[in-house]
Each structure stands twice: as C-alpha cells, then as structure tokens.
Write a protein that binds this ligand. Structure first.
Ligand code: LLP
Length: 423
C-alpha cells in the first residue's frame, strides 16, 4: 500500500503531481511519501501492540539514512538501528533519543565504540569476543557500564538472495551458535559490560515466516539456557528482514510476524526490539527518471533513461526487480512491447529491466522505478562521475527537497592536486 496513484492520467505522490516536482528539481530524483512511511510504521506498531508485545521499533537507517526520513519515523516514536558512526550521528541529528538507538555491525572500530559509549545509546550489539574485550576496556576507561546484546548466528537459512542472507554459519555475522553460552559467561565476568539482551538478524527481504519461526524457537531455547547459566536476559532484538512485494511476492504481514513473535517468545517476560528497514520505507519511495532517447538495436529496443546503476544499484547487484511505470498513464488500449530499460553508465550491467513490456515512450517522457525507498539513494555512488541524485519528500499537497543535488563543482572539489609529503 502506498500513496503513489494516477489522478486524471498523471502520477501523483500524495497530492503532488510528479511532473510538477520534476519541473522544479530536474531528473533523476528520489521521491518519498510521508503518508506511506507513517502508514507502514502504524501498521507494524499496531500489529506488535495487538500481539501484546512491548516493543521498540528501531528503524534500520541503512535502508534510507536521509535525515527527513529518520525524523519522520522518530516523530512517530521510532528508535534507530545504526551500523556506523555516520549512521549514529545521523540518527542523533534527526532527533532519535540515544536511549532508543542500537548499534549493530561486525567491524565497529575503537573510535566508533567510544563514540557510542559517550552518546549513551540503549544497546550495543556485539558480534565477537575481541569486540567484547575492546568494549569492556573502553567502558571501564569511561567509568560506565554498557548494556550489551550478543548478536548470535542461529544457522538458519532465510531463503532469500544469497547476498543478503546473514544467519547461516558460513556468514560473517553473529557469534557462532555453539559458543554462545561460553561468550555470555565471558561477558558476565567482564567489567563495564551488562549482557542484558540477545540479538539476531537472519537476512533481508524474507518472504516466508518459517525461517523467522525457526530462529525465534532457537532463541527461546537459548534464553532458557542463558538464564540457567545466570545471565538475566530481559530484552530480545529480533533484527529486521520482513520483505516487501516488488514483483507479486506475498511476504508475511506484520500481523503474522507479530503473532509469530508472541507465540514463540511472548511468555519469556522480555521487551522486544525489531529493526525493520525495507518494510517501513521500501514502498514509500520512487526513483523518477526521464527518457533520454529510444535506441533501436539489432535485436531489441533500448529505452535509455537518465538514471543509472549508480543511482539505483539493486538491479545490477542482485538482479532485483523494480516495477517501472510511465508518469503519464497509458491509454487503456495502448499496446505494450518488450524493451530493455537501461541507464547511461558504460557497463552492460547498467540495465534496469530486460525485455520488459512497456507502452511506447519517447525522449523527455518521465518513468518511475517503484519500491525504491529502501536501499536506493542509500546505496548510490558517483560512478561515471554522476553527482548523487537529489531526494524529495512529499507531505499532502506540499513537497520539499530533503537532499540537494550536488553541483559538478561540489563533486570535483573533493579531489586535490597532490601536495606531496614525506612519511
Ligand atoms: N538489522 C540488521 C542487523 C541488518 O543487517 C539489516 C539489514 C536490517 C536490520 C534491516 O533489514 P531489512 O528490514 O531492511 O530487511 N542492500 C540490500 C539489503 C541489505 C540488508 C542489510 N542488512 C538490498 O537492497 O536488498
């Protein structure tokens, strides 16, 4: 469910016509709908509450780190899941209270851990013994006791794309299942560390409930074992991962997800943290692009657009599907024909869709890539020296630029003529 619909034959974001934004901002640009973000948050929060779960929803900022997006969610009561000092600074700048922030990631540096300690965030999700020892040392030096979850690797297959599967034993994430009790014992004994939680995230874009259930049941057994060992677990961080439809998939609803948590873990007396990213913002964003030209090749027709793989990497990186539709609604009887929709970057991989049925378009027409609110702008680069695309947020009948398009001068000015120094 989103707020991007045709009105009078023109695609609108809420009550703003997309061509009006394009005329003001130029293309390509990302366009986010406030109402859609708010709705997704409310559906999830209501489902968790209806299942009787006391939960903090920590938005996985990696999905869309724009301050306006994080702030929209923070105002609804969301916390943040961050994976770097940069994300932590963004979450704080967007107004997320430190006591609603969790810090995940396998490679947190000493500086990042020290920054998080100093900020006084709710929880640090530790992913290895060396990280635990470093954190203890820093906490002692700072005269603090930090609340910690160990992120565990339950060796459960999420049945999603291999590149976004994180909970199998061959993946780099989490503490190996067979060593978890031992590492909690170490944590209990370390100064400055309060091991109060368990964290687990098995992957992203899950479209079945089974892998969640399997992981939650493993956590359930683990919590009993840890309690028997003398660790007072009071919080469970269940990660993110609930999928969204890109191409007709039917992922479990938030209600089914919440009921599964309640059935498997609801009687443990724990508070919960969930870390959804894509679920909250995926469907709330479009990438708006113009057709540069239509090029007829030997065997196929190429629709060349002004967005490219550097702006939306998911098709090139994961062969991901994004629905593509024209901003001017095609006539009901318009015949669609298969085309390849490609960007201007000098790689064959810069292809958004192969042999996709599209009604006829010509240079200057606007097209949108749907479900681009998560891992779209977030993963963009300046490859081929293309400045990052701007981001726009819509709220009712108003829109606002929430990230400016850098000028070519801005982009080039970061490079320096070498000013050689001896080491
Ligand atoms: N928590 C942790 C520890 C994570 O690693 C992730 C995502 C999330 C939460 C949020 O997961 P979500 O609810 O969004 O599925 N770039 C890929 C997705 C990478 C996800 C990485 N971790 C894509 O475009 O599909």
């Amino acid at each position: 469910m989103n707020h991007f619909d045709y009105q009078g034959g023109i695609l609108f974001a809420e009550d703003v016509a997309i061509p009006a934004i394009a005329a003001e901002i130029g293309t390509p640009f990302y366009c986010y709908s406030t109402a859609t973000i708010e709705r997704h948050y409310a559906v999830l929060a209501d489902a968790l509450a209806a299942a009787g779960l006391e939960t903090t929803i920590c938005f996985a900022c990696k999905a869309n780190p724009n301050l306006a997006v994080i702030r929209t969610l923070a105002q609804l009561g969301a916390g943040a899941d961050v994976v770097s000092e940069g994300e932590l600074r963004r979450a704080l700048a967007a107004g997320v209270p430190a006591e609603r922030i969790v810090f995940s990631g396998i490679g947190k540096s000493r500086e990042e851990l020290a920054f998080a300690l100093d900020a006084g965030i709710m929880q640090i999700n530790v992913e290895s013994e060396p990280e635990l020892l470093m954190l203890s040392e820093l906490a002692v030096a700072a005269g603090r006791v930090v609340e910690v979850a160990l992120r565990v690797n339950p060796d459960v297959d999420a049945n999603t794309h291999a590149k976004i599967t994180t909970g199998k034993k061959e993946n780099k994430f989490g503490i190996e299942w067979t060593r978890v009790r031992e590492v909690y014992a170490i944590a209990r004994a370390l100064p400055g560390i309060a091991p109060v939680a368990v964290a687990c995230h098995i992957g992203s874009q899950l479209t079945e409930i089974g892998p969640f259930r399997e992981a939650f049941l493993r956590l359930r057994d683990l919590v009993s074992d840890l309690r028997a060992d003398g660790t007072e677990i009071s919080r469970l961080d269940l990660g993110g991962g609930l999928g969204v439809p890109y191409d007709g998939e039917t992922p479990p609803s938030p209600a089914v997800y919440a009921e599964t948590i309640a059935q498997t873990l609801g009687d443990l007396g724990c508070r919960f943290i969930v870390e959804p990213g894509r679920l909250l913002v995926g469907n709330a964003g479009l990438l708006v692009s113009s057709v540069v030209r239509v090029k007829r090749g030997a065997t196929r027709t190429f629709v060349v657009v002004d967005a490219a793989m550097n702006d939306l990497m998911r098709p090139a990186l994961y062969d991901a599907f994004h629905a593509i539709r024209p901003v001017v609604e095609p006539a009901a009887d318009a015949a669609a024909a298969p085309v390849d929709i490609v960007g201007p970057v000098c790689e064959t991989g810069d292809t958004f869709a192969r042999q996709r049925d599209l009604t006829p378009v010509e240079a200057g027409d606007l097209l949108v890539f749907e479900t681009a609110g998560a891992y779209g702008a977030a993963m963009a680069s300046t490859y081929n020296s293309r400045p990052l695309v701007p981001e726009v947020m819509v709220k009712g009948d108003r829109f606002a630029l929430v990230r400016a398009r850098p000028s070519y001068e801005d982009m080039i000015a970061l490079d320096r003529r070498p000013d050689w120094q001896t080491a």
